[in-house]
Write a protein that binds this ligand. Structure first.
Ligand code: SF4
Length: 371
């Protein structure tokens, strides 16, 4: 939630013209209070309202050649593939389940058909998303669907395998560290799907995780990371954290910092806690002053920047496969669009894969030469 609100703020600063759509769009008052400059707000699955707002705010002359073309929200070479809606968890800081309801997995055949259509249309990277990707199929008891004329149970492992067969990059987002996630790591080691996991840990203090009502506890996370790396040494693990949650003590925060040191995550986002209208966490005691939240975020980022910089430095001298987003700019397996770093080089064409020899790393990005 905070991530989305921050993204709206960034978009307003950079672009000035912003229309909010999706599940956050159901919270019109909240968005209007925080970002009064947004042009329009629509709820989820409301393409007509989005189009109306676009035409209202971006009037243009009639063009018979392009008027039938829909709005593209991502460049043609990558696409988000939503595999489920809703969530069975009830994290205390989150209102998504109250807006979207419990988990509803899409039939595996339908997901695969969409994925294949996207690949046939030129997409080179599929970004698998949902509120809890690791829970895919739980709601339908891993029901058997059909793909390619063959029966296929709807679970994360099978879905990852058949997506991997499409021959494009497949990147998994919002995966919780449940034991069965271990099964997909060998697919990453074999190169079937990208060696990348986006796992929102949110905190490391068991007490705060309990107050947050998070689905997975911190206890086994470090062992799990170790075993993933043993199977797939190249794996990139990205995560997000919240600092300054109500009741977070100095000790809780120190536990979080020492988790960061031990976990050695590649990419990390950090947000200061801010109450969301309607979230259960608003009832918790121990709200922290903004100054403390800001100090903790700064300390957190300082620790993680050192770790991330070290991880990037280790790539200098290696040749990486890169998907070009625009000439001179692309991403390797470790970089999801919008949220991670990029690779800088000279040349390349959007949508093609190139090999780049890495010469240099800075705090967030890599720099190299086309091979
Ligand atoms: S797992 Fe928690 S934070 Fe994520 S959507 Fe579900 S309730 Fe919200």
């Amino acid at each position: 939630m905070q991530e989305s609100l921050d993204a709206i703020g960034e978009a307003l600063t950079e672009n000035g013209k912003v229309i909010v759509t999706g599940c956050l769009g159901a919270k019109t008052n909240l968005i209007k209070n925080i970002h009064p400059a947004v042009l329009a707000i629509t709820g989820p699955h409301d393409t007509p309202a989005v189009m109306k707002a676009v035409h209202q705010h971006l009037p243009r002359p009639h063009d018979p050649y392009t008027d039938l073309i829909g709005v593209k929200l991502t460049p043609p070479h990558y696409a988000y593939l939503k595999i489920a809606e809703g969530c069975n968890h009830r994290c205390s800081f989150c209102i998504i389940p109250s807006m979207r309801g419990d988990l509803v997995s899409r039939p595996i055949g339908e997901v695969m058909q969409e994925a294949e259509n996207l690949v046939n249309a030129g997409v080179k990277e599929l970004l698998v998303i949902s509120q809890d990707t690791s829970a895919y199929g739980v709601d339908v008891k891993y029901r058997t669907g059909f793909w390619g004329g063959k029966p296929l149970k709807s679970n994360l492992l099978n879905l990852s395998k058949v997506l991997g067969d499409l021959g494009v990059w497949v990147r998994l987002h919002y995966v919780y560290p449940y034991p069965h996630v271990d099964e997909v790591i060998p697919l990453m080691a074999e190169g079937k799907i990208l060696p990348y996991l986006d796992v929102p840990f949110q905190h490391a203090s068991p007490r705060i995780l309990k107050l947050m009502k998070r689905p997975a506890s911190a206890e086994k996370v470090l062992q799990r990371l170790e075993s993933w790396r043993a199977i797939c040494p190249d794996i990139t693990v990205r995560s997000t954290f919240i600092v300054g949650f109500p009741g977070e003590t100095d000790d809780d925060f120190l536990q979080l910092l020492s988790f960061l040191e031990e976990a050695q995550l590649d990419r990390v986002g950090c947000f200061e806690y801010s109450p969301v209208e309607g979230a259960a966490a608003n009832q918790l005691d121990g709200a922290l002053p903004d100054r403390v939240k800001a100090e903790r975020k700064a300390a957190f980022m300082k620790t993680q920047e050192r770790i991330s910089a070290g991880k990037l430095k280790a790539k200098v001298g290696k040749t990486l496969k890169v998907l070009v987003d625009e000439p001179g700019l692309g991403r390797c397996s470790a970089d999801a669009p919008e949220i991670d770093g990029v690779v800088h080089f000279k040349g390349g064409k959007a949508g093609e894969f190139v090999n780049v020899l890495i010469d240099r790393a800075d705090a967030h990005d890599l720099h190299g030469r086309l091979q």
